[in-house]
Design a protein around this ligand. Structure first.
Ligand SMILES: NC(=O)c1ccc[n+]([C@@H]2O[C@H](COP(=O)([O-])OP(=O)(O)OC[C@H]3O[C@@H](n4cnc5c(N)ncnc54)[C@H](OP(=O)(O)O)[C@@H]3O)[C@@H](O)[C@H]2O)c1
Length: 218
């Protein structure tokens, strides 16, 4: 039997993270479900993981927890084949410039951007041990400056300053790292789970039209 690949999905307990984890399980992956807070509690209580799943409690904003995560993956598997950066915070919907609270913006950036950078730094040695390592950063069209400045774009009026700017920053970070890692084995992708052709809003499933795209990346 073909040896299973090892994937880590940040926050795979609910929302789209669960969908990504399920798709990975269907495609010869063992999945580390890494969660914290409410979703970790719910997952731990439910205790009904699919075979091939392992639950770990990780707050991605904590350096100590990330080091523990590295050590755990290192001792159990010795490598990582796929890292899906999915965890997010959304806040400040509709806030105008004089309503924005910088402490909320900073808290959001901790998860949506800084944790992604930190996690890649910490786990890169494990990705380097894989034959074909991959990183997928989950993004959103709200971080696409071209789309967001088109009048007719369905999300153009969404006023989510911290979230949208964090995803734009994630996009440029991904593009820069993609170029840096080109000579290495690691392949880096961004993935937007929402089908933009018809602006389907869907908060818990990967839309059918883009599911195949996700599968093609793993
Ligand atoms: N849903 C959509 O329509 C949509 C559209 C475009 C892009 N996306 C992207 O798809 C991804 C998943 O979206 P979603 O809607 O499934 O998100 P979600 O339901 O809000 O889930 C995000 C998860 O991240 C977790 N999280 C937050 N801070 C964390 C931390 N410090 N450490 C560990 N986990 C943390 C949350 O945990 P708790 O449960 O403990 O709060 C939450 O379960 C995101 O990257 C998002 O930007 C979503």
């Amino acid at each position: 039997m073909k040896e299973k690949n090892i994937a880590l999905v940040t926050e795979a307990g609910n929302g789209l993270g669960k969908t990504f984890a399920d798709l990975l399980l269907e495609h010869n992956y063992s999945v580390i479900l890494a969660a914290c807070g409410e979703s970790y509690k719910l997952l731990a209580e439910k205790n009904d993981f699919a075979a091939g799943c392992e639950l770990l409690e990780v707050d991605f904003t904590s350096e100590t927890r990330l080091t523990e995560l590295y050590e755990r993956i290192q001792s159990s598997w010795g490598r990582l084949d796929l890292l899906v950066n999915n965890a997010e915070i959304v806040n400040g919907f509709g806030q105008k410039i004089d309503q924005i609270k910088l402490c909320e913006v900073k808290a959001l950036y901790e998860v949506n951007l800084f944790a992604v950078i930190r996690l890649i730094q910490v786990l890169k040695p494990l990705l380097d041990e894989s034959i074909a390592p991959k990183i997928i950063n989950i993004t959103s069209a709200l971080g696409d400056i071209t789309k967001m400045t088109e009048e007719e774009f369905c999300y153009a009026s969404y006023n989510l300053t911290a979230y949208a700017t964090s995803k734009a920053a994630l996009n440029i970070f991904t593009a820069l790292l993609q170029r840096e890692l080109e000579p290495s084995k690691i392949r880096l992708h961004t993935f937007d789970p929402v089908l933009m052709e018809n602006c389907t809003y869907n908060s818990v499933v990967v839309c059918n039209g883009v599911k195949d795209e996700f599968i093609s990346l793993i």
